[in-house]
Design a protein around this ligand. Structure first.
Ligand code: NAD
Length: 498
């Protein structure tokens, strides 16, 4: 029989919070910030403080970078098998503690507990995947076309990396960066989002237990992200910046990274189109829509933002999703059967409501929801809008909330043009039973990823990432470790002297 999830309740919640270290983790030890400052991490479903933790200063950021720099050569020289086994041990420890991590994410971020458990599985897979990749960093040996020389291509760790993560997937966004960096032989400084740093602190404690040496991973939560990050990014000891977050912040960081021509990976915002053709399996499309829209209460970079539905099936599709959305339970993520948790903060609720109000003023019809939640906590009612008019802000901006906005199309060309009409290009979804159409969409949609008859695309074995202003580089898959490796070639004369 599968192990039963542990019960939750105030005592279980407190016990998990008590296990989270309060300090910064620099050079293998936990300690206060340079000025002794702390900040509160809040439960978005109640507004109550969960825990106070150390608030890093710019001085702490540079101390963390110094530790990563000091450890870089010994970590790079650590045999790949040893690095791999530490990652594998971390994977095993995470499985043993999956309930702790799931509950902690629900507390600080608000996602329903079942989804938090799913994130432990997804996030953990990056540890397992990159433990397997660590021992397969290849190279090549070739003869030049003239036959006069040999080219030996090798890969080396790029060096100390600065990893900045968002609040929406507190564990997976950390493991998706830390695991490939460590596998490649890079040391890191991690700056988790100030809204959800507790998961990263608990995870880094786990990495230490898995045997990761002092200085290899350093963590600096802070409420002054810009002031702490810029000196790190512009310091010549740093060799790599990997950022997941919004496109505007990504642009700022790219400008800072230009100063020392840093290697960068950017996983930025999205505005995913979700296309439903007249030949789609509508049952599948409805399931896909619910997963692509309402997972994480709509707060995912991969969340479907614009539903483009063929006019012949639009009413049927809208009626079916509306019935399902009306049945969704909203509440604190720890409660049984909750499908929709709180949004991360007041600003997120205000943004979702502004986008809904603008769409309605321009002619959209509210089929269900369309208003903030009542009482405490930052909730927004799960919403379905139809007849969304071109030019509405909701078609241009990332909603990042539980709002499903539908407009119709007549032809494939029209659908593709509408789907591509955005500065973003992270992911698209398409539902069609015509294989040739599916293949045409693969070639025509300007996105880094496509869910073809599925509403979920994320997998540790696949190269996650976007095109256009959704980012640079890929995380996961065969490509993921390459983001932390430099390529070098050595040319030698033909050993036969020809
Ligand atoms: P955000 O850009 O506000 O913050 C992301 C991180 O950057 C946080 O750690 C934050 O503290 C830090 N930050 C903010 N300003 C900074 C600055 N000036 N210097 C250095 N660091 C700074 O984004 P968010 O609200 O935390 O996350 C939501 C966004 O992330 C959405 O746009 C979403 O699409 C995107 N996202 C993208 C992916 C992806 O893989 N493409 C995954 C998850 C989230």
């Amino acid at each position: 029989m599968a192990p039963q999830p542990a019960a939750t309740g105030p005592a279980v919640e407190q016990a998990v919070l008590d296990r989270v270290p309060q300090g910064l983790y620099i050079d293998g030890s936990w300690g206060p910030s340079a000025d002794g400052g702390t900040f509160a991490v809040v439960d978005p479903s109640t507004g109550e403080t969960l825990k106070r933790i150390a608030d890093a200063t710019p001085e702490d950021g540079l101390r963390a970078l110094a530790a990563a720099d000091a450890a870089r050569h010994s970590w790079a020289a650590t045999p790949p098998r040893v690095r791999a086994e530490m990652l594998r041990r971390a994977f095993d420890l995470l499985q043993e503690r999956r309930e702790d991590f799931a509950l902690l994410m629900t507390l600080e971020m608000g996602k329903p507990l079942a989804e938090a458990r799913g994130e432990v599985t997804y996030g953990g897979e990056f540890l397992r995947w990159f433990s397997e990749e660590a021992v397969r960093i290849g190279g090549s040996y070739g003869t030049n076309p003239e036959g006069t020389g040999r080219t030996i291509v090798s890969h080396k760790p790029v060096g100390p990396a600065f990893l900045i993560t968002p609040w929406n997937f507190p564990l997976a966004m950390a493991t998706r960066k830390i695991a490939p960096a460590l596998a490649a032989g890079c040391t890191v400084v991690v700056k988790p989002a100030e809204l959800t740093p507790l998961t990263t602190l608990l995870f880094v404690d786990l990495l230490a237990e898995a045997g990761v040496p002092a200085g290899v991973v350093n963590v600096i939560p802070t409420t002054t992200a810009g002031a702490v990050s810029e000196p790190v990014i512009t310091d010549p000891r740093l060799r790599k910046l990997s950022f997941t977050g919004s496109t505007p912040v990504g642009r700022t960081l790219l400008a800072q990274a230009a100063q020392n021509v840093l290697r960068t990976s950017m996983e930025l915002g999205g505005n995913a189109p979700f296309l439903v053709f007249a030949d789609a399996d509508l049952d599948l499309a409805v399931e896909g829509a619910l997963a692509a829209k309402f997972r994480n209460t709509g707060q995912a970079c991969t969340a479907a933002n614009r539903f483009l539905v063929h006019e012949d099936v639009a009413e049927d599709f809208a009626a079916r999703v509306t019935a399902r959305v009306e049945a969704m339970r909203v509440g604190r993520g720890t409660e049984d059967g909750v499908a929709i948790g709180p949004l991360i903060d007041d600003r997120a609720v205000a943004k979702a409501h502004r986008l809904v109000t603008d769409a309605v003023e321009r002619g959209a019809v509210v089929r269900t929801g369309g208003h903030p939640g009542e009482g405490t906590g930052t909730f927004y009612a799960p919403t379905v809008l139809t007849d969304v008019q071109p030019g509405s802000d909701i078609l241009r901006d990332e909603i990042f909330g539980p709002v499903l906005a539908i407009r119709t199309f007549r032809t494939e060309d029209e659908a593709v043009a509408a789907a591509n009409d955005t500065e973003y290009g992270l992911v698209g979804y398409a539902f069609t039973e015509d294989p040739a159409r599916g293949q045409r969409l693969m070639e025509r949609l300007e996105t880094g990823m496509l869910g073809l008859n599925t509403g979920i695309v994320s997998n540790a074995s696949a190269p996650f990432g976007g095109v256009k202003q959704s980012g640079l580089g890929r995380e996961g898959g065969g490509e993921g470790i390459g983001e932390y490796l430099e390529t070098m070639y050595t040319l030698t004369p033909d050993p036969f002297g020809r």
